[in-house]
Design a protein around this ligand. Structure first.
Ligand code: BES
Ligand code: MN
Ligand code: ZN
Length: 489
């Protein structure tokens, strides 16, 4: 488990600043005006701070960027990083400013001089998220960042606010570790085992094995996993922080630990990326962890379908017809459209067992959503405007890209099968939408439901403001906020 870097809060201490080794980061308003702490640092550096913020380069900085003074005279530190941030910056901007600092933490330690800035907790969250480093499989020595000290005029309040956001950081790290883990390590069993660890936090965790899934009639899910040596599993995580008897919010995640495509096998190039095909399940796990850590006053149940999609003598074939738990039959035209087969059964089970007030599923479901939206936005599909609106607002407030996509009868018609109730694919045009339409057939009429296709945002080949290359943890912050806004208000 990757741990977020430790952060200590203290009052501004100018003597400690001048002798601090490692790095110093100074938060400044973009207009370059110097507050008391900045003026002291300016005096120590004999005017370097004032000259830097008077430069053209300073004026050109965009949110999340910074200027750097190397080996500054008058300081023991190796670098003084000047980070612009408006006094009343929106939360995502404060986090990006923190991200600029977190990208460059020094092994001898880093001091952040935040002065009177009110967004310190968000700066620190951004710093910790960007400093994430998945090092479990690298041998040899590496630079481990030294302690981070945050000097703030409101150290006690900042520490308090940062504690609440620590739960979010832990949740995001949990998701990222799961998503980054290779498939020979994160098998379905290992995934379930890690989820069982959440029981320590007060989450009720239950693992359904193949026998139980068979008895429940989850045949579309089992068909996906039948070519794998790893057992198919469904894990149920219940957090009961709300009123007893109050219907929960259900979160459902696609957990395909590896997606070869099955008999409809994928091309070799890029197939290694399919270790992240459990990203939806990873987000559900991270949100549950965050909710438990911060003691959310809400009832939320998380369900994940854990399978591996392999080609094998026992694997399902194109053309097979399987019966879902709901009772509808599916003609499996393409075994690579497996995520919807997994979700169909888990979503139906979630509704049957928990009668939720709303249901949100997350899945790395289609390549088509990547073509449509790239890596900037997840695709949001919903027939409930209120739920979709609340979700999009939460995403915007957290700075996670999300964009509403359509649903409609015309797309649904593309799923018509000659011999069964439906096919599992609707052709290339509108591929992300027909996938969502398929899922919609497994949602009870009237239940507020939202499907989020996260195929384009779950893992990236380039670093972002808040994440190094690899898993992003997209969705943990958005869903944590949605729970706060929708259920804890
Ligand atoms: N896991 C993939 C979707 C995916 C693609 C996730 C790229 C992340 C990045 C999914 O199971 C899949 O293979 N979908 C097919 C569906 C098609 C066969 C209808 C796809 O998108 O090509
Ligand atoms: Mn697939
Ligand atoms: Zn898949």
């Amino acid at each position: 488990m990757t741990e977020p870097v430790a952060v200590r809060f203290q009052d501004t201490d100018i003597a400690a600043l001048s002798s601090a080794e490692g790095r110093i980061a100074l938060i400044l308003p973009p207009d370059g005006s110097l507050g008391p702490d900045a003026r002291r640092l300016d005096r120590l550096t004999r005017g370097a701070v004032a000259r830097a913020v008077g430069s053209k380069a300073w004026g050109r900085l965009k949110p999340g960027e910074s200027l750097e003074i190397g080996w500054p005279a008058g300081l023991a530190a190796e670098a003084l990083q000047l980070v612009p941030l408006k006094r009343r910056a929106p939360v995502p901007e404060a986090r990006r400013a923190g991200g600029a600092i977190g990208r460059k933490l020094h092994e001898k330690g880093t001091v952040v001089v935040a002065g009177t800035h009110a967004g310190v907790a968000d700066i620190v969250l951004g710093l910790r998220l960007r400093a994430y480093d998945f090092a479990d499989h690298r041998t040899g020595s590496r630079d481990v960042p030294g302690p981070v000290a945050v000097m703030s005029a409101r150290a006690a309040a900042a520490a308090e606010a940062a504690r609440a956001l620590d739960a979010v950081a832990q949740g995001v790290f949990f998701t990222r570790d799961l998503v980054n883990e290779p498939a020979n390590v994160l098998t379905t069993r290992e995934f379930a085992r890690r989820l069982e660890g959440l029981a320590q936090l007060g989450i009720e965790v239950e693992v359904l094995d193949e026998k139980a899934l068979g008895d429940l009639g989850m045949r579309t899910l089992l068909a996906v996993g039948q070519g794998s040596d790893s057992p198919s599993l469904v894990v149920v995580m219940r957090w009961q922080g709300g009123a007893a008897g109050e219907a929960p919010l259900a979160l459902v995640g696609k957990g395909v630990c590896f997606d070869t495509g099955g008999i409809s096998i994928k091309p070799a190039a890029g197939m290694e990326d399919m270790t992240m095909d459990m990203g939806g399940a990873g987000v559900v796990a991270g949100v549950m962890k965050a909710l438990a850590l911060r003691g959310a006053k809400a009832n939320v149940v998380g369900l994940v379908g854990l399978v591996e999609n392999m080609p094998d003598g026992r694997a399902q074939r194109p053309g097979d017809v399987v019966r879902s738990m709901k009772g509808d039959t599916v003609e499996v035209i393409n075994t690579d459209a497996e995520g919807r087969l997994v979700l169909a059964d888990v979503m139906w089970y979630a509704q049957e067992r928990f009668a939720p007030r709303a249901m949100i599923d997350l899945a790395t479901l289609t390549g088509a959503i990547v073509i449509a939206l790239g890596h900037e936005n997840a695709g949001v599909f919903s027939s409930d405007d209120a739920l979709a609106g609340a979700l999009l607002r939460a995403a915007a407030a957290e700075g996670e890209g999300a964009w509403r996509m359509p649903l409609g009868e015309g797309y649904d018609r593309l799923l018509k099968s000659r011999i069964a109730d439906m096919k599992n694919v609707g052709g290339r045009p509108g591929g992300a939408v027909t996938a969502a339409q398929f899922l919609k057939r497994f949602v009870r009429d009237g239940l507020p439901w939202c499907h989020i296709d996260i195929a384009g945002v779950t893992a990236l080949t380039e670093a972002t403001a808040l994440a190094p290359k690899g898993a992003t943890g997209w969705g943990v912050m958005t869903l944590d906020r949605l729970v706060r806004d929708m259920l804890e208000g």
